[in-house]
Design a protein around this ligand. Structure first.
Ligand code: AMP
Ligand code: MG
Length: 424
């Protein structure tokens, strides 16, 4: 992506840098992203959360052999009498990991356990509850097997050797790690980690460890951003606090862009400070200065500094988290090489108390979702939705997503919620 493409985009019909609808802004960002291409090989123990850089085919049939789905008796179906008990001779045992070596011939049965290899000759497993051992014989109840092949798992029924199991661009979760192990694969090709440099801007900011003077506040955004980046598997470069001084900012932007794939800043993009940062970025790169039609998070800048992607997040701590989750997260996943990004699920819940909303912007209010007495999902806001109130993000367990058109809502209204936690 070049400066030209950014300019072309800015000439598009529905482009309005001062009031970009949320979906349009997301789509526009998506168009500019070029995923990393460098590949490294990692042991599956280190692969959690990484993105596969190549398809993975199964080197083996899974299961490798026909085996029993039950504890019971391996028999030849044709030996079983129709509508009557059948007495067979016990000729051996087949345990998981310790198969029966011999054949099952006419009139014979092998005691078998779940996962054990089917002895040759036998085609069916009768569950143990339908059989009775009598010395070296076993009596199989009438109708204990309905058809040949019952309770038998077939070699390759889960996966055939050579079949593609996972696709390039897929995230490795615990299930994939386990499946790779089940195929005997110990190393996989993954895309390299994305390097993200970030810094906070503001003369009022003090790093933790130093006392506060009047009017100063602790810089929390850098720690929130560092933690959010760690959760999605990025390597991060913390460049500290940069004062609102032109030369200092220019230097910080330059060194961030040199050291990283993505540069994230917080603060300095609101009215008053924005023009200055805009000038600086026009000089160092190319920026589409967005005021997204959303709340919180209206001032959000996206563009390029040199080869790095740039996200200029607002300064207010709750806005930082909302804009990160609604815009930056997906962009970072795409840049990491993910091709199958599941949309974060949303569902409808019942509003437990009235809610204030002015039409015109998409709002991401912080909500507390719980089961009501009747079992339905019910949600209320965390209270004051000020964008500086970081505790709202800590108390909340979901966003209440309110569309641009929505206005004030009464208790009982149906609203869209986006839960924070995923299971896997
Ligand atoms: P700004 O966008 O720079 O005007 O900042 C908006 C508000 O967020 C101001 O109240 C700032 O003090 C506050 N703020 C900016 N950066 C941070 C930060 N890194 N940590 C905590 N609060 C911040
Ligand atoms: Mg500031």
């Amino acid at each position: 992506m070049t400066a030209t493409t950014l300019r072309e985009a800015s000439c598009a019909d529905d482009y309005d840098p001062n009031s970009m609808p949320v979906d349009r802004a997301r789509a526009l960002i998506r168009d500019y992203l070029e995923p990393v291409t460098t590949i490294e090989r990692v042991h599956i123990r280190q692969a959690l959360g990484r993105t596969l850089a190549a398809d993975v085919a199964s080197p083996i049939d899974v299961p490798g052999h026909d085996n029993s789905a039950m504890d019971g008796w391996a028999v030849r179906f044709e030996d079983l009498a129709n509508g009557a008990e059948t007495v067979l001779k016990r000729v051996g045992e087949s345990f998981a990991g310790k198969p029966h070596e011999g054949r099952v011939s006419r009139g014979e049965a092998v005691r078998i356990f779940t996962g054990a290899v089917m002895p040759s000759g036998a085609d069916t497993v009768v569950m143990q509850e339908r059989a009775e051992e009598r010395g070296d014989r076993v009596a199989i109840a009438a109708g204990a097997a309905g058809r040949a092949g019952q309770n038998r798992r077939f070699a390759g029924e889960d996966l055939k050797a050579g079949a593609v199991v996972f696709r390039r661009g897929q995230a490795l979760r615990p299930a994939e790690i386990g499946m790779l192990a089940s195929l005997g694969i110990n190393e996989v090709p993954v895309f390299r980690r994305l390097v993200v440099a970030f810094f906070s801007t503001g003369d009022e900011l003090v790093s933790i460890g130093s006392p506060l003077a009047t009017g100063q506040i602790y810089d929390s955004n850098r720690y929130t951003i560092g933690a959010m980046l760690a959760r999605i598997g990025c390597e991060s470069v913390d460049l500290g606090v940069v004062p609102d001084v032109p030369e200092a900012l220019e230097n910080a932007f330059r060194s961030a862009a040199e050291s990283a794939d993505v540069v994230i800043t917080s603060g300095g993009v609101s009215v008053g400070e924005a023009d200055y940062v805009k000038q600086l970025l026009d000089k160092l790169g190319e920026v589409v200065f967005w005021k997204i039609a959303m709340k919180p998070g209206r001032p959000l800048a996206y563009g390029r500094i040199g080869r790095a992607h740039f996200f200029g997040l607002p300064g207010n701590p709750a806005s930082v988290m909302v804009t990160f989750y609604q815009f930056v997260r997906e962009a970072l996943l795409i840049l990491q090489g993910r091709t199958q990004i599941e949309p974060v699920p949303t569902f409808r819940a019942r509003l437990a108390a009235p809610l204030k909303k002015v039409p015109g912007r998409t709002e991401f209010q912080r909500g507390i979702l719980a089961r009501a007495a009747d079992g339905a999902w019910s949600v209320r806001t965390t209270g004051d939705q000020g964008s500086g109130i970081l505790s709202s993000m800590s108390q909340a367990n979901c966003f209440i997503v309110l569309s641009e058109r929505t206005g004030n809502l009464e208790a009982g209204a149906d609203v869209e919620v986006q839960p924070f936690e995923g299971l896997v």
